[in-house]
Design a binder for this molecule. Structure first.
Ligand code: SAM
Length: 238
């Protein structure tokens, strides 16, 4: 009789921080499916969004909401449940929890209370794009979402105009055109960037080149969906 790989079975009183696909359901790992199928409880950023993924994967575990609005309160009660011996998985709507998503607070509370926290790694949008960008990936600054106000974003770009490391930004479909224009204004047409849209999904689009090269392609393409933007170090040339 073969024994089950112990890393596929959740332990009592452990928090599992589980990455989920950023679009393509086939990117879910064997280990994440196994842990999610066996924990006592899954804390989700949005129980409806995760519920749809779990329905496709045949995962039927109790779900509880853990999001920006209830993070502080929910973190304390989840730690109590972990201390009483329940195994809990934390997922966000897509990708890796705590990366521009809720998660940091519960992990911090677990660490303060000596509750074991186990990473179950998987997709993350910026790592996905960085790995295929052809831009320097040895040292980078990940900033997540820039402030919504144009003046603040321009200030950030001014501050990083001469930066000699790669900069990575998350952007929504509502602001991507504005951000492209801001990058052109502040960084100039010769700065090398990489833009990834709808990564791992049907309409995945990746452009790598100078802002001047990418501009016409970007203008012709759809602006719907989710975007990651990577800005190369100042002196980088393709
Ligand atoms: N936790 C996620 C991760 O590990 O990447 C990030 C969540 S954050 C709330 C959502 C942002 O991530 C989107 O606005 C977009 O900038 C980026 N993103 C997520 N999925 C993406 C995808 N499939 N293609 C491009 N960008 C994506």
């Amino acid at each position: 009789m073969s024994e089950e790989n112990p890393s596929l079975v959740p332990l009592p009183g452990h928090l599992y921080v589980v990455a989920t696909p950023i679009g393509n359901t086939a990117d879910v790992s064997t280990r994440s499916t196994s842990i999610l199928s066996k924990v006592d409880l899954i804390a989700c950023e949005d129980t409806r969004t995760s519920g749809m993924l779990f329905a496709r994967l045949g995962i039927k575990r109790p779900l509880i909401a853990y999001h920006d609005r209830n993070e502080r309160k929910a973190a304390a009660s989840l730690v109590e449940r972990l201390q009483s011996g329940e195994s809990i998985a934390l997922v966000s709507d897509a990708g890796t929890p705590a990366i521009s998503d809720p998660g940091f607070r519960i992990v911090r509370e677990c660490r303060r209370a000596n509750v074991p926290v186990v990473p179950i790694p998987g997709p993350c949008a910026f790592v996905t794009l960085l790995s295929v960008s052809g831009l320097p990936s040895d040292s980078f600054l990940y900033v997540g979402f820039l402030p919504p106000k144009s003046a603040a974003r321009r200030r950030f770009l001014e501050e990083h105009k001469e930066f000699e490391r790669t900069v990575i930004v998350y952007e929504s479909c509502h602001r991507i055109e504005k951000f492209m224009a801001e990058m052109e204004d502040v960084l100039g047409l010769d700065r090398v960037i990489c833009i990834g849209r709808e990564l791992t999904k049907k309409f995945e689009t990746i452009h790598s080149g100078t802002i001047g090269d990418i501009k016409p392609l970007f203008e012709q393409g759809s602006k719907k969906g989710e975007f990651v933007v990577i800005i190369a170090p100042k002196s980088f040339e393709l």
